[in-house]
Design a protein. Sequence first.
Length: 388
Amino acid sequence: MRLEQRSGEHAGHLRQRVREREAHLLKTLGELQVGDEEFLSLQNAGTIPLETIRKVLPRDAVLLEYYQARDTLYACVVDRSRLNILPLTPASRVRNLLRLLQEQFSKFRLGPDYLREFADPMREATLLHLRELYAELLAPVRDQLAARRLIIVPHGFLHYLPFHALFDGTRFLVEDYAISYASSASLFYLCSTKNDAVEQRGLVLVMPDARTPNLAEEAQAVARILPNARLLIGEQAREEALRAYGPGSRFVHLATQVLFRQDNPLFSSLRLGDTQLSLFDLYSLRLPCELVTLSGCGPGLSSTGNGQELVGLVRGLHYAGAQCVLTSLWNVPGPSSAEFLVAFYRRLQGTTDKALALQQAMLELRQTYPHPYHWATFSLSGYSAPSS
């Protein structure tokens, strides 16, 4: 009994030490913000003037930003000459619709027999929820989106929503727009100031485990597509390798597990080798590449927070130098993710237009896997238009 008591006291002491260390790191983070303009801009929206953002907005693009005030969602539509703000719908209604959509996607875990028997009802229910979400979030502003490109800035829980899969009853949004995302308009601007990578090399780091058995095969397929790719698997895929080879790569593909901390998003981390690379580690990383991909590590279909655990890691990679970050919103077992990534990277061999490559890859995958669960999981953050 005394041993159990001592063990409990020791565990409590360790938890207290963890809280103290986290508090110290948060204090350091606050001090860092004071002296680093880019860091401050990445962490806080609205620090870059609107006219400055407009100057880097592609002529064929519209920026669509959402924000919440009390229980009302608003949309802000920005192009090179207009700024329109309008109220949309109660946030609580949209959150409930998102939960229903996530529940439909979650049914893919129920096994092949269930999927065969209920494939049609599942697809019909999914399209219904996507159409309802379209009616709440896109229909009121659709006439203002006369563009080929759409840059979407979600707010809060909307970071979990695949806007590109919203459905108007006839077409998915991605059929009409090359879509990318940003956690803030300021981040979009800052990513536009990052230069395209000069080197054409690729770096692929993969950490497969029992929960993600397809990651190694996926990474090998990606490495075959990328020019001069360096593929490191398992214990070879270490933080030291990322720091050594990342700066000389155009593409960095990280297929690994991520620990998402909804209770404290700043302490979310991704696994490399025998270490966990935290958000704070990312801020000390030099990764001036055109694209970083996080594969096999989506926050999942049960996420109910405000999206900051996902946004934080993406911001950290942008701060490290990545012009664009491709992430999965949920993990899809089976071959469809690998097929999508191969199609996406193949298109990037001849262009720097990452949003267009993403659009084309999604539409190609949809021909084989018509359900949005398969083709809509990836989203692209940053400045994705072609270099001039």
